[in-house]
Design a protein around this ligand. Structure first.
Ligand code: EPZ
Length: 423
């Protein structure tokens, strides 16, 4: 198995180009199920989760090829409607084929995603909303068995909680439904907006894009005339590299990013004492004279993203004082705490709240274990400032959502290498 070796204490400099957003590409690939034609997709990130969803679509009957960074995918040939356990167990976002398959074929079976490292993560809100659209849903042998023989019908959906993939599933289902659907308390993450914009270009009547209330008029099960589209930049990948600049107190620029997508993150860097320069498609972080502690509460967009929580915890270990991080979205998203503590960090947990006593320049390298995607990036960040060598194991978590992370960090001057574990 591979691991990453990081030799700390190196200042970083230069700029890094951000890849397409994993969490925008996943629903957009699933949405190709709704298309009446082949589609060209650009700026797709080269990460494991994207390949997993392509494998799932191929298993359902799609065909695709990649040339010069463009993916051409044809999902008109889909002839299967069962998303099997062996794929769904590797990536819970496979649930995103549920809405489009049911809307197009009137029936499908999707393995019920289990829990994951960061929490129980039920999909009850997805199922409840589809039932309101007329679906008959049963859980059979660990599978969601969904039927809508006459197609789905428009409905008014009020989500009890804001759910990103729940909103995306219902937006895609509503796009082919009979009549109008209104989603209230919808998610408005940039990734949801990217999906809605692409469906609108494909001829779907959608109002309220980017707000908590989205109205969609369905096509009465007529497949959609998709145009070629581009995946938005990955705001979480961008935020992670800005954290690399912050934790090493270096000047670092991230290119191919939309600064508006990171307002809440930028505000926290500024509160910590860093200077931030924003340009049209780039952000530069400048060193802080003194790294100040921070209070963070994770919430839905446009608030502070839970997917940046672990990375900011690593930065907070370099602050002069006590930081507080309250994780409100996922009940088990502090798996990185024990690993950072192994590196000498001083962090105490109390329920959803982590208290970080800054230990500037006191972290030391050792062997640590990645537990989930964002936790693993926090360990890499800590390794950049630790005394000595940090070895990060189980980096398959990292490869799920970061496109060539160590290569990009090497171009910024980091001493990081990928190696095979000795048997
Ligand atoms: C998306 O997950 C992202 N994944 C996550 O990113 C991200 O952390 C999360 O949104 C929040 O921003 C993708 O887009 C593929 P939710 P999702 O449904 O949609 C509860 C990463 O690191 N809930 O918005 O699964 C749920 O348990 C990943 O890239 C229900 O109770 O998250 C959570 O507490 C990790 N019932 C809250 O809502 C439901 O039916 C928000 O979850 C659905 C959700």
């Amino acid at each position: 198995m591979e691991y990453l070796k990081v030799i700390g204490k190196k200042n970083l400099k230069g700029s890094v180009k951000i890849s397409g957003a994993k969490n925008a590409a996943l629903p957009l690939l699933a949405s190709t199920i709704l298309s009446s034609r082949k589609i060209d997709i650009s700026n797709l990130p080269d990460v494991v989760d994207i390949n997993t969803l392509l494998k799932l679509l191929e298993m359902l009957g799609s065909t695709y090829n990649k040339k010069n960074g463009i993916l051409t995918i044809d999902s008109t040939t889909i002839n299967q409607t069962k998303a099997t356990y062996d794929i769904v167990k590797t990536m819970r976002a496979s649930i995103l084929v549920l809405g489009p398959l049911l809307a197009r074929f009137g029936h499908c079976e999707v393995s019920l995603p289990g829990g994951c490292a960061i929490g129980q993560r039920p999909v009850d809100l997805h199922l409840k909303a589809l039932e309101q659209m007329g679906a008959i849903i049963e859980i059979k042998n660990g599978y969601i068995d969904a039927k809508a023989p006459n197609g789905l019908k428009g409905a008014t959906i009020v989500f009890d909680k804001i759910t990103v993939t729940g909103t995306e599933n219902i937006v895609m289902a509503a796009a082919l439904a009979h009549g109008e659907t209104t989603i209230i308390n919808a998610a408005k993450e940039p990734e949801v907006v990217n999906l809605c914009d692409v469906l609108k270009d494909a001829g779907v009547q959608i109002e309220g894009i980017g707000t908590n209330t989205i109205k969609i008029v369905g096509s009465n099960q007529k497949l959609l005339d998709f145009k070629e589209f581009t995946i938005i930049p990955d705001r979480i990948e961008a935020g992670t590299y800005l954290c690399a600049g912050a934790i090493t107190n270096s000047i670092l620029k991230v290119d191919n990013v939309i600064p508006e997508h990171l307002e809440a993150v930028i505000a926290k860097f500024e509160e910590m004492g860093y200077n931030i320069l924003k340009e049209k498609l780039s952000i530069t972080i400048l060193p802080a004279n003194k790294i100040k502690p921070i209070h963070i509460t994770t919430t839905e967009y446009p608030g502070f993203p839970t997917d940046m929580q672990a990375q900011f915890m690593a930065v907070a270990t370099m602050a002069e004082g006590v930081s507080i991080i309250d994780e409100k979205l996922f009940e088990n998203r502090f798996m990185h705490v024990s690993e950072l503590t192994r590196m000498g960090a001083d962090i105490t947990l109390n329920g959803t709240v982590a208290t970080i006593q800054g230990t500037p320049k006191k972290l030391f390298g050792t062997d640590v274990m990645a537990t989930d995607l964002r936790a693993s990036s926090a360990l890499v960040l800590a390794g950049l400032v630790a005394n000595g060598e940090t070895n990060i194991h189980r980096i398959y978590h990292l490869d799920r959502g970061y496109d060539k992370l160590e290569v990009k960090l090497q171009t910024l001057g980091a001493n990081i290498t990928r190696d095979e574990e000795k048997k």
